[in-house]
Ligand binder design. Structure first.
Ligand code: SAM
Length: 159
């Protein structure tokens, strides 16, 4: 894991970041037992510890119906990640790969996604298992997991 601005052998970074294009609204915060990046698993798993998706109460009505899904997809903002790396050496062994061929947290838009088990809802809070992020990671979005979901809207004509 990278700390600060140092680059490993073979890694490259943007000299200047392009301007930002859109704004985002954090919908809440994720509470996990992982206090440092070294504490976090590389990817969450179904028998991981219980974590809490604590929504801003203003968004609580947007959770209605979520309890019917055993799995949900969670999107979050990996807020401590650097955003300028083009190539990375994840194992620090000189083997270098492009950022978009990795699931590294270090990317231009540090969005993390996980498919997690929904354990229960407590008002504006969802308790889940399967996350891999730091305590305090901002929450971006929640969706039914695509495998457990069928469209509510009529089919679209094939195009
Ligand atoms: N499951 C997500 C995905 O595939 O998009 C994230 C995977 S990423 C490899 C998970 C790692 O990101 C963790 O092991 C930890 O090192 C790091 N991480 C977790 N939370 C972070 C945060 N808020 N900011 C920066 N890095 C974070």
């Amino acid at each position: 894991m990278h700390h600060g601005d140092t680059l490993r052998e073979g890694e490259t970074a943007l000299v200047e970041l392009p301007p930002e294009d859109v704004g985002l609204r954090f919908i809440g915060v994720i509470r996990t037992p992982f206090l440092t990046r070294d504490d976090c698993p590389r990817q969450g798993c179904d028998d991981g510890p219980e974590c809490r998706l604590e929504l801003d109460p203003r968004f609580a009505p947007a959770l209605d119906g979520i309890e019917t899904f055993p799995r949900i997809e969670v999107l979050y903002w990996l807020h401590e990640a650097r955003r300028d790396l083009l190539t990375q050496s994840p194992k620090s062994d000189g083997a270098v790969r492009g950022t978009f061929s990795l699931r590294s947290p270090l990317r231009p838009n540090p969005i993390g996604t996980s498919s997690v088990r929904l354990i229960r809802r407590e008002g504006p809070v969802l308790v889940v298992r399967g996350l891999d992020c730091l305590d305090g990671t901002p929450l971006l979005d929640i969706k039914p997991d695509r495998c457990a979901w069928t469209p509510e809207a009529p089919p679209k004509p094939a195009g």
